[in-house]
Structures are given as C-alpha cells and as structure tokens.
Design a protein around this ligand. Sequence first.
Ligand SMILES: Cc1cc2nc3c(=O)[nH]c(=O)nc-3n(C[C@H](O)[C@H](O)[C@H](O)COP(=O)(O)OP(=O)(O)OC[C@H]3O[C@@H](n4cnc5c(N)ncnc54)[C@H](O)[C@@H]3O)c2cc1C
Length: 231
Amino acid sequence: MKFQCTVIEIINRTQLVRSIRTTKPENFTFKAGQFVKILSNSGTKYLSISCAPSRNFLEFTKRITESDFSQRFNDLKQQDLIVFEGPFGNFVLDDDRKIAFVAGGIGITPIYSMLDELLLKGNMENRGDFVLFYGNRTSDDIAFYNELENMSLSMNLKIFFFLDNLDTLNDDNFRPGFLSYDKMKACLPDITERKIYISGPPKMVETITEQFKAHGIQNIKTEKIQGYSGA
Ligand SMILES: Cc1cc2nc3c(=O)[nH]c(=O)nc-3n(C[C@H](O)[C@H](O)[C@H](O)COP(=O)(O)OP(=O)(O)OC[C@H]3O[C@@H](n4cnc5c(N)ncnc54)[C@H](O)[C@@H]3O)c2cc1C
C-alpha cells in the first residue's frame, strides 16, 4: 500500500547523515525496527524508520552519497512530499528482558527506533536492561550521539562506542577498533545470556553473527543495511 507524507523538519545528524521528519499518515502503522520503500523520480530505496511508532511523526535518516537519490534526499525541504510503501521487515523487538544491540554506522537507524520506543514506553524497570555497542569510523561519524547519551541517562541503557580511529577521546565509553565478540564480551560479561540485535553493513553483520554463533549464542536477530559500496 502506498502512503504519502509531508516533510516537517530536517535534522543534520553528522556531516554526511541527515534525518527527515515527516507527517505520519493516519492509517500507517509500523513496529520499531521496520523499514519502508521510498518511491521517487530518482529511484526507489529502502530506509528504516528512525523513530518510535508512538511518535506522532515519521523520521527517515540517510547517509548522503553522490547518488541522484541521495542528492534529492539532501535537497528535501519543508512541505515537500514523500511517497512510500511499507512497512517491511522482521527486525522488530521481541519481549526479552536482557538485550544487547550491535550497530555499525547507519545501521543504528532501526535500533534507534527500538530504543526510542523503549524510552517512550517508560516501563524500563519491567523490561530489564539494555546495552548498545555502536561502531563508527571516527567520533564525527556517530549519528544520534547526543540523543543516545541523553537516552542512557533516562533509561537502563549502557552504551559503548567503538571507533576505528580512536582519536583524542578519553572516555570510558569509547573503545578502539572494530566491533568483535571478544571486545563486546570484555565490556559485558553476561552477553551470552542476552538476546542480540545486530544491524549494519552486510559483511559486519555476517562476521559478528558468526562470532556469536561460534560461542554458542543463537538468540540473534539481524538487519543487513545493503546498498553502500564496500559493504
Ligand atoms: C532493510 C534496509 C534498510 C535500510 N535502511 C537505511 C537507512 O535507514 N539509512 C540509510 O542511509 N540507508 C539505508 N539502507 C540502504 C539504502 O537503501 C541505500 O541502498 C543506501 O542508502 C545507498 O543508496 P544511495 O542512493 O545513496 O547510493 P547508491 O547509488 O544506490 O549506491 C552507493 C554505492 O553502493 C554501491 N551499491 C549499490 N548497491 C549495492 C549492493 N547491493 N551491494 C554492494 N554495493 C552496492 C553502489 O555501487 C555505490 O557505489 C537500507 C537498506 C536496506 C536493505
């Protein structure tokens, strides 16, 4: 089914990542973590919804590339129309009390939707505790950094940021290098008891999933954010 929404706000998350907030069509419902197919003259692309279903708006967050679609996304302004189909996908929250989220780069978008929903539901004490491992190249590439830090103050959420290039940051929440099972286990000894949600570039998702499985962890949900070169 096709839906139409109107741009209401544009938010720059990093130099190369931009969020578009839109009106929410009245008859459109989705689950946190799902994605839609954006239809435009510059092509069709899948984008995860980067906000909670209980928000009264929709939000899409895109890493801007040289493509026509990206340029069109980058040029969107208030009152512009967006047409999409959906929602799609099974990367949605189940009823687990202990969760570890693992995000690589723009793979944060569906996980951010889940965290936003958990935050808004406000029943954190009943829902258990949450840990986010979020990998990026540099600190400048971390989308939603301030929002995530604020979330961690308002809910039972601990965040570890992993940076390929750990520059001058001297913060216990930052760790150097690529995400791996061993590094996450060192931060979170009870990781083997948790439900794992992994979202990011296909190669990263496959590698980390294999590492978890090699350590006997089967309770895993994944989303591969396909479409970027080098992914
Ligand atoms: C389920 C799902 C959810 C997604 N959610 C988001 C999101 O929330 N935010 C976001 O920014 N993106 C998301 N994506 C990716 C998005 O759909 C686009 O593919 C991506 O943004 C690149 O589009 P583009 O127009 O910028 O670049 P394009 O011109 O389409 O491609 C950029 C580069 O990637 C290469 N490329 C294209 N397709 C592939 C491929 N299949 N395998 C390897 N290389 C390829 C191209 O050659 C080019 O070099 C999601 C994808 C999926 C499948």
